[in-house]
Design a protein around this ligand. Sequence first.
Ligand code: 5GP
Ligand code: MN
Length: 322
Amino acid sequence: MNIKEICKDAERIGIGGHIRPDGDCVGSCLGLSLYLKKLFPAKEVKVFLEKPSDIFSCIKGFRDIVILGKEVPKEAEFDVFFAVDCGKERLGSAERLFDKAKTTVNIDHHVSNADGTGMYNYIYPEASSASELVYELVEEDMLDADIAAALYTGIVHDTGVFRYSCTSPKTMQAAAKLISYGFDFSKLIEETFYEKTYVQNQVMGRALLESMLIMDGKCIVSYINRKTMEFYQVTGADLEGIVSQLKLTKGAECAVFMYEIRTMQYKVSLRSGEKVNVAKIAELFGGGGHVRAAGCTMNGTFYDVINNLSVHIEEQLEEAGA
Ligand code: 5GP
Ligand code: MN
């Protein structure tokens, strides 16, 4: 796929990423927009996202992001609209902008979006991140420290700092090239990935303290309800990293973390080791993601949700002979 060719006659270009944007979503969308602005200084390029965490404010272009609310933004038709790190149905209120655009492009690495939802699709589930895919599409002589830092952020976040099995030699080659542009990558990793506020750590502590081992310790589950979130004054974005911490528990093949988004409705995060395909389970409940990291939204109490999920986790563990 040739982005330059697709965009050459466009006057207005839009870019959107998934609801509840994470590091890869923000990094890939901003990396792509910085590239397009550099390639075509005369064109209008706009990024639409739900409010991302301020930890990503170090990425160039962060302040120019159009923050999505429930209403579709009042925007004239775009000539080209990109859905990055998701299919069009997870663009939130930007989905209408995608639908109205003359040309649509989908760049994604989610196995649950294997067919793509654009007129042009660049979908590789084996890629570590959408940022790695944007890196592949960017012309090398256009790269600079700002674009590199954006894409590097995305790769770092979706690979858990190059730890997860989605990390490939290609990922490391991309990262090697990106750091050669000379941005402070240690600071970037520290400040966007590891650093937590005091209250974020406290909530993580609560979730760990109240976690439960089920299935003979092969699965670990925990949750945070609305009352606790209100008490600590935290939002979903503050809970990032809890599920990965749970997954570090020795013997746990699978980790489930959920937080209440409204009464009796939970945003569920699933992580797995080698035996459970969590994308398959999330898809059963209307969600999706990757084989080792996926999510969905489910109704009921914490126990209802765990009961519904555990049948499928157990089934897969048994099939794998665990
Ligand atoms: P997380 O648990 O960090 O929210 O998400 C893990 C992975 O699954 C991410 O790649 C995320 O984009 C994807 N994911 C999370 N929730 C959903 C969902 O409801 N639907 C789909 N299709 N993907 C999801
Ligand atoms: Mn991603």
